[in-house]
Design a protein around this ligand. Sequence first.
Ligand code: PLP
Length: 423
Amino acid sequence: MEYRFSEEFAREMDQQDPLREMRNEYLFPQHEGKDVLYFCGNSLGLQPKGAAAILKQELDDWAKFGVEGHFEAKRPWFAYHEFFSESLARIVGAKPSEVVAMNGLTSNIHIMMTTFYRPSGKRNKILCEAKAFPSDQYALETQAKIHGLDPKEVVIEVTPRDGEHLIRHEDILARIEELGDELVLVMIGGVNYYSGQLFDMQKITEAAHNVGALVCFDLAHAVGNIDLQLHDWNVDVAMWCSYKYMNSGPGSVAGVFVHEKHGNDTSLLRFGGWWGHDKEDRFKMEPDFNPMKGAEGWQLSNAPVFSMAVHRAALDLFDKTSMKELCAKSEKLSGFFEFVVDHISESSDGQFEIITPRDPNERGCQISILAHGAGRELYDELMAQGVVVDFREPNVIRCAPVPMYNSFMDVYGFGKALNRALA
Ligand SMILES: Cc1ncc(COP(=O)(O)O)c(C=O)c1O
């Protein structure tokens, strides 16, 4: 693809973009009377315009029906989580029975690790990426402690080599092989939150299975961003949040994937709750937990309808397109973003270094820029111009040109703002 840093080029690209109308479905924060240039979908996605109406429907149904809303609401609340399975399955490449919307992301990490991190004798090690998101690190540390193990001994990190920013795949695969029968679980972010590096989940899964270990992926930065095929890749378990690329609102309901080979095994140990209990006799309120087959069997509580309502509005927009289409645009849009940053960096003595992989097959839409020594100032400058990005200590600015609602003109505008910030 031949990119040019010009308004004419950006306009032309937008014109050719089959998804260009999708941005009209979202609400953009305002800056001096105009839409901001929003590149923060890696942190919190934009509000779908349809969210308020769906939320109002649930409030109205509550007002109208009270408790009867469980059965009489437009979308009956007792089965609310079921209204997500088809859409989520399409987004993560799964069967509808393999996914469920529930809880928050970190809660789901713990809930799923209760089942899938079962250390036994010397097979007790968890492999994870260095610089995993802190919540994941805390989850692994405390899970190890719950089993009476020393996290320093059993949580093994794969780190980038000296002087490098990214983790080499060959190092992950070699470490898996090396740990062999000491490895019980690989727990890695599908896309690293800091660098934007996409890991080869299929190869990692294969390597882990070869040594008798299971894999669990935190897909916070991958879901709605990457064309996932969790079922076909034979991934054991995965979880995600819905407020980043799935645009479902702050702290909104998260989700889980459990491969059917595990989901159908109701003897697997787990935390029990009435919503995971066989729905045929859930309301008999009898003792003896009998989990449902599929991911639903890990649910604990009845559905948080208000956060799920917004999630539904957000997924309605994913239903209008496909991950293939989104990823095709994403590759071009992030490629343009990368080109613009390189172009400006060249004319400013190499002030910026992109630490995200250069290969489009090894990243999603996020581009992380190392702004040598000037990250915070640059971030403040961009924000003051109505360009919303995010800053991570010590010097990284993360930007996500999101194919669902960002345009090539947004990226061109980013370039102009970056130039002004440097002037
Ligand atoms: C990779 C990753 N894991 C875990 C979390 C924590 O998510 P939550 O607060 O929804 O549990 C985040 C939040 O951004 C994240 O990016």
